[in-house]
Design a protein around this ligand. Sequence first.
Ligand SMILES: [Fe+2]
Ligand SMILES: [Fe+2]
Length: 480
Amino acid sequence: MNIAQVDYDGLIPNNVALGQDVRVKRALEKWHPGYINWWNDMGPEGFQESLVYLRTAVSVDPKGWAKFDYVRMPDYRWGVLLAPQQEGRKIPFGTHKGEDAWQEVPGEYRAMLRRLVVIQGDTEPASVEQQRHLGKTAPSLYDMRNLFQVNVEEGRHLWAMVYLLQKYFGTDGREEAEALLQRRSGDADTPRMLGAFNEKTPDWLSFFMFTFFTDRDGKMQLEALAQSGFDPLSRTCRFMLTEEAHHMFVGETGVTRVIQRTCEAMKEAGITDPNEIEKVRKLGVIDLPTIQKKANLHFSLTLDLFGNEISTNAANAFHAGLKGRYREHRLDDDHQLEGNTYPVLRLIDGKIQNEDSPALSALNMRLRDDYVADCNNGVARWNKVIEQLGIPFQIKLPHVAFHRHIGEFSRTNADVDGNILSPAEWTKRRTDFLPSAADKEFIESLMQPQFEPAKFAGWIAPPKVGIDNKPGDFEYVKIA
Ligand SMILES: [Fe+2]
Ligand SMILES: [Fe+2]
């Protein structure tokens, strides 16, 4: 069987020879109706009958794995797709470095591995739940289609993790797969596992910021898991990363188009000072300082997903060969890190300063550093657009100590530059840094749907090119 090709004959498209794996096939078929129920209850609200121009994976060949066509979302062919197995792959890091990669779960690491799969799995349906109301206020059919593409692919990522649970973790795997359909983002009794995935995504600027910042955390986690010595997890994550690239694209270009429209409108109106917020808002576009506040919010919430700076769990997962570093294979060291140190930003005697810590315990910090660098590349591209349009303003990521709820800095109040504020100062200045009720209200007032082909809401510029090279007037969603 050619692993690059996907078997589309059964209920569940796959490239894992599911037809010959009766036990797992049955388990997944049993899970399937619950998934469809979840999708109908918690997936995009109001558009389940509409025909959406979506890409579906038909191969895992990096060149051309997608086929585009109109699909009703509940009929989307969610499936189980793994990147091809690499002949003779070895465990690339940790204490088992150089041994053959595991094709079965190593018994001693079973619980740790299951936990990693469940945590990753839980984020996938969570983001669909968070984004479920956005279709109704889409600024164009192009954007609506991109939202739904992200949504069906997060659904497929859930399938990816559920396959691993069903195939490799027996009864507890089946229970975990069930529980992934039971938790709900933001629910008081059964919330999703991680904080940022229980926040609301109330408007489209939030959606673009979420896909820029929070899906990028997803990318970092998948990159780290793609290094795993447990080969099925590595292969699963490697294919997920090819889908994730589109989510980053949606976020980065989405914010770029908002910024572009704002700067263009300011130029047309002859406004040069970005801080003339009321004047800018009268033009029906989002002022740059408010875009900055949104970035501050989503960046800080996402940093919490990296967990504690110093973490025994992270050390154990690396030591065991289960979760590596960002692009481990490109790093030039012994990939074991036993005696090494890594500088960790900490709060010491009320001051934020670097402290050398054992590298193994500092792996969350290291992944977060790689994440911040990756974010900064995208922010620099946003700033190019502002600069080209001649507005004196730059978006800047806030200090990592700003507005944190997990880790070193959760005990303190820092401003966006990393200055420690007293609780009273923080309360007074909070809305200088984060969106105020009035900011939110203004953004919400702009969220009027624009469902005519070729048209865009006034607060966002059209994209440079269409999806699948379609022309500007292409009807990306046929609303039913
Ligand atoms: Fe995902
Ligand atoms: Fe994603």
